[in-house]
Design a binder for this molecule. Structure first.
Ligand code: PLP
Length: 394
């Protein structure tokens, strides 16, 4: 009889030669448990997803109740489905007035695709400005605006007319012109190794978009829902996007993404031709139910308010001669060390000792710290002890 691991390697498509191969039976709160019942602390929230920890009972119960009512009924945008309507209503109530029309997708990358299409339709332009170091997903449009040549060169030709600029470079804002349909950026870059932009730069960028008529798309697929210490990351800056992208934690552990804009902009998808973006499963009722329940927990338990103190505790404790820098905002942190080889040893040792972390797609010499927002101060101390011990031994 082949083991589950052997079957996984044989029958499940592999995208690296070195998958983590961890095998968990169940997960609860900030812990995942293997077959022997050994707990592993999830210090990365399944890459920015499990903001409430795993299997929050309120979310699980909401999902069970919805499954008993209905699952898929119809492709997106035709039937009035209570979970979609209630979830959009709640999101809109928490967003600035120009962000009132929510298009639910299956994933973050699909939200990126929808937003790029919408910007082209609304402006009648096709040029796009994107950022070096960015990550927006793995579909062809999202790859086209990814700021890392290594991961996309094998797929060319991609979308034409994409210009890349550097974060915080005021001079390069001149490359945004009245030919530009949109500027797309992560409010705080994730896979670049957590890079927080300068507030003045963000204001200048917003102004440049206003001057040229380019739509500003903020990708908060990784950074929203309290991860950085505010509900949405753009609240750290004096700007509001024309299109906001959400995903990951949006679904409370279920797959859903969204692009959100004004009714005026979004109505461009309705005519010439109709059905400007089509999706079968986008905004699946069970996913929207989970997302709404997760958002209610986030707000009711006031989890976001406690994020800055948790950020400060990590930064206070993570002091070691091998750590070059701890950067980031809230519980979206990067611990930079000398190089990938050392980083990998430290990460492997952390996992051996029951703390799961990893590195970043575009920054291999930094370790990711993005635990569920529910992590306690004691658990932060425990995680830091394991990390410091791993640094000592590597
Ligand atoms: N945008 C950002 C900032 C992300 O971090 C990710 C995923 O890591 C995506 C977009 C793509 O989301 P998905 O993997 O759901 O397609």
């Amino acid at each position: 009889m082949p083991t589950l691991r052997q079957l996984f390697l044989a029958n499940n498509a592999q995208t690296t030669g070195f998958p983590l191969l961890l095998e968990f039976e169940r997960a609860e709160g900030i812990y995942m448990y293997d077959k022997a019942g050994r707990p592993y602390m999830d210090l990365i929230s399944g890459i920015g997803v499990s903001n409430l920890g795993h299997c929050h009972p309120y979310v699980v119960n909401a999902v069970k109740a919805q499954v008993d009512k209905y699952m898929h009924l119809m492709v997106y945008g035709e039937y009035v489905q209570t979970p979609q309507v209630r979830f959009a209503e709640k999101l809109v109530s928490l967003l600035p007035g120009n962000l009132q029309s929510v298009y639910f997708t299956n994933s973050g990358a699909e939200a990126v695709e929808g937003a790029l299409k919408l910007a082209k339709r609304y402006t009648g332009r096709h040029d796009i400005v994107a950022f070096h170091g960015s990550y927006h997903g793995s579909t062809q449009g999202a790859l086209s605006v990814m700021g890392n040549e290594e991961f996309k060169q094998a797929y060319r030709p991609l979308l034409p007319g994409v210009t890349f600029i550097h974060p915080d470079n005021l001079q390069e804002l001149e490359l945004i012109t009245n030919q530009t349909a949109c500027v797309i950026l992560e409010t705080i870059q994730g896979e670049a190794g957590i890079r927080v932009p300068d507030a003045q730069y963000m204001t200048a960028l917003r102004n440049k978009c206003n001057e040229t008529g380019a739509l500003l798309i903020l990708d908060e697929i990784q950074a929203a829902f309290g991860r950085t210490g505010t509900l949405f990351a753009f609240e750290h800056f004096d700007i509001v996007p024309d299109i906001l992208l959400l995903g990951k934690a949006l679904g409370g552990g279920m797959p859903v993404g969204a692009f959100i804009s004004s009714n005026q902009v979004m109505s461009a998808l309705k005519e010439n031709p109709i059905l400007g973006h089509i999706t079968t499963f986008g905004g699946h009722p069970v996913c929207c139910t989970a997302g709404l329940a997760a958002l209610e927990v986030l707000l009711n338990e006031k989890l976001v308010e406690r994020v800055p103190a948790k950020d400060a505790l990590f930064k206070k404790l993570l002091v070691h001669p091998a750590i070059k820098q701890v950067r980031g905002k809230g519980l979206m942190l990067a611990v930079e060390v000398e190089d990938f080889e050392f980083n990998k040893k430290v990460i492997d040792r952390c996992i051996e000792n029951g703390v799961v972390t990893d590195w970043f797609l575009h920054c291999s010499n930094a370790m990711r710290i993005a635990p569920p927002l529910t992590i306690t101060y004691d658990e932060i101390e425990k995680a830091c002890r394991v990390i410091l011990n791993a640094l000592d031994c590597s």
